[in-house]
Design a protein around this ligand. Sequence first.
Ligand code: ATP
Length: 216
Amino acid sequence: LSPPAERPDRRLEKLGILGGTFDPIHSGHIAMAQAARQAHGLDRVLLVPAARPPHKERELAPAADRLAMARLAAESAPGIEASDIEIRRGGTSYTAETLEELARERPDAELYFILGADSVPELKSWWRLPRIFELARLVVVNRPGCKGLFPPEQFQGIPGELLERAECDRVQMPPVPVSSTGVRKAVRRGEPLGAKVPPGVEEYIRRRGLYRGGRG
Ligand code: ATP
């Protein structure tokens, strides 16, 4: 018997990674994970709440709560799981490090990093962006109001063919006009969340008394 690595019928696991602050997770996150999963035939999508995102200044809900809500959301979403990889590592969460860790843990997996179109213009400031493009395919999902193109002059250091592939890997989904900011605002105003959040999340927010005060 040949070792697994040499078997021609061996199929790579296609693993999607959706990183975010998830403060809290909402239906747009789940919809984009599902759209990316379907479009690219991904076996699984990991929801990865950041311990501390590099670009967000405001105070966040505790990491344990953000992770618990991601877990609740995953319960009703087939093929979607929550991962504590960044929260376990602690400190500022850099996507390049997370992808390196996942690639080390699962050398057989093909990694797809999923992000919303509104995040594309921010990418140029991400730590070790060329490494991210090396380790994973970038899958951009549309978000209301965003074009999210990859103008090459803003992505110096990334080979043109990787930018082109990222363009081709784009996923369109019916727009979901929900944001974590909007959810936090609704909680503060005492409005019901309804379909803005996946099942179980609203109950969790109320039980833990999250997002009642503050401005963010
Ligand atoms: P906030 O309102 O606090 O800025 P957010 O709703 O943008 O939060 P994040 O956790 O920051 O949520 O987002 C994680 C990822 O999900 C990002 O890549 C973001 O672009 C994407 N995303 C979030 N909401 C949507 C949505 N409604 N449609 C498409 N992509 C989305």
